[in-house]
Structures are given as C-alpha cells and as structure tokens.
Write a protein that binds this ligand. Structure first.
Ligand code: ZN
Length: 272
C-alpha cells in the first residue's frame, strides 16, 4: 500500500508535469470510484486548469481552477501513470484524464480507490479527507504539538496511535516498523509509559524514516508517476520484514509478532 513517501513522490512529479494544464476529457470505467455520476463528473472537470498538486497522508489533492479539487486515493495498490501525447496507454486502467496538450494520466486500482471531485467550498465537508491528521513532514508538525497529541491519548498503544490517520496522516504498517525500532519502542507500549526522551526519539524517527524513503523514491514495489519503481527495497529496512535475521544493533534474532490486526517486526532485546 502506498504510504506517505510514495504519495509525496508522485504528488511532486504531478506538480512538475501538470500545473497550468487544462483538462480536455475524463473517462471512468469504474463509476464507483467517483463521488458523482460519470456524466456529471466528466462535464464538471472539463476545462478546469491544474493550479497546484499537494498531498496529505495517502491522498493527492489537485487544485483545479475555478474552485474545485480533484482528490485521489490509490487504496491498497494502484498505478497512477503519466503519459505524453501519442504515447501508448497501459492496457488496464479504470480512470483517465487527458489534457488539452494531449498528455494526461491513467489510474489502475487493483482493489479499491477514489477519484473525487469536490467544490472548494465543500472541501472541509469531504468526510474521507476532512479529519486527516498532521503531515509529519510539514513545518507545523513540531515536537510540542506531537507531545500534546501523545498526552491526549495516554491509554493508547503507541503503534495504534501512529497508524491512526486522524493523528498523523500517511504512516502505515510498512514504515511504522522501523520508526518504532529506531526509537527502541515495543509496538504495544502504552503512551503513558513513554519518557520525554522516548517521545523525542520517536518524533525524530518518524521524520528520519519517511525522509529516507522519499530520498530513494519510495518503495521498490510501488511505481511513481513515470512508471519507475522506487529504490527503497528490502536492504534499506532495519527490522521491517526481516524476521529470522539478526538485529542491526545487537544481533538478536528479529521476531514477527501479532499486534491487534497487524503484524509487527521487532528486536525483542532493543524493543522491550
Ligand atoms: Zn536489537
């Protein structure tokens, strides 16, 4: 599943390619991805100009002029691919947007996903994005705020807190593994037991782990806007998906354990 690093990479590539372009045509082969009837969607999006592309959590926001947003979520796995005028399109896709210069993009959803067109005045009412938590790489994600959030959820286990998109948007079960390892926290630690130093280490680890992946273009099994795979592969993980291998710090064998509905990879010595 694409998490914050992959979505950040795609959004920045979309910004580079699409800003200033005018929508000529939209096509949907899977109407349930949309938030309105296909004909209405096609009619509304036509003629709009892309002004900005940003992301929050696992959502991509295309600001369209006048006064709309196109919101995209790739779900469990999706391919959002750019094409230039005359280029052969992928065989399978459920959604396509074409611009007046002949370029555009297609989206293939392997499971579910969303392409929602929302009027700017209704953006705060869009229930899937309105309650997303902070972007951990934005400037307003400061340690003070992070500490206050933690304090408001004392009884919550730290891994559940990190995965809850209403707290921090964009961390999923892939990156949370090394974030917890780097801050030497067991996923089931209750927030109330965290020391000041552990909170600071956790805050730093969130930024470090996500930034490292962005520098490598995201996960190796996810594609970017140009169809290129990321370079963040198995060798870059510290403990994530490495059960049976030695801990990179102390050499203890890494274990895979069940934590609520997700799996966790931990060093039982470093993460007590
Ligand atoms: Zn260890």
């Amino acid at each position: 599943m694409p998490e914050l690093p992959e979505i950040t990479v795609i959004a920045s590539q979309m910004r580079r390619e699409l800003c200033g372009k005018t929508v000529a045509e939209a096509e949907s082969r899977q109407p349930k991805n949309l938030n309105m009837p296909v004909a209405q969607f096609v009619e509304t999006v036509k003629g709009k100009i892309v002004r900005e592309v940003t992301s929050k959590g696992k959502w991509i926001f295309l600001k369209l002029e006048p006064s709309f947003f196109l919101l995209i979520n790739l779900g469990m796995y999706g391919e959002l691919l750019y094409y230039v005028n005359g280029q052969k399109l992928p065989e399978r896709y459920q959604f396509k947007l074409r611009f007046s210069d002949g370029s555009g993009f297609t989206i293939f959803f392997s499971w579910f996903g969303y392409v929602h067109l929302v009027a700017e005045k209704d953006l705060k009412k869009h229930r899937l994005t309105a309650n997303l938590g902070a972007n951990p790489l934005s400037n307003d994600f400061c340690f003070e705020r992070f500490k206050n959030w933690l304090s408001s959820k004392k009884k919550t286990k730290i891994k559940n807190f990190l995965l809850d998109q209403k707290n921090i948007a964009g961390i999923g079960n892939v990156y949370v593994q090394d974030i917890l390892f780097q801050s030497r926290l067991h996923p089931n630690r209750e927030i109330s037991t965290l020391s000041q130093k552990e909170k600071q280490d956790l805050y730093n680890a969130i930024k470090d782990v996500l930034n490292l992946s962005i520098q490598h273009g995201g996960l190796a099994y996810e594609k970017d806007f140009y169809g290129q795979n990321g370079k963040f592969d198995g060798t870059k993980f510290l403990v994530g998906y490495k059960e049976g291998k030695p801990c990179p710090v102390c050499g203890t064998i890494i274990e895979k354990i069940k934590t609520r509905s997700t799996s966790s990879y931990i060093c039982p010595s470093c993460q007590r």
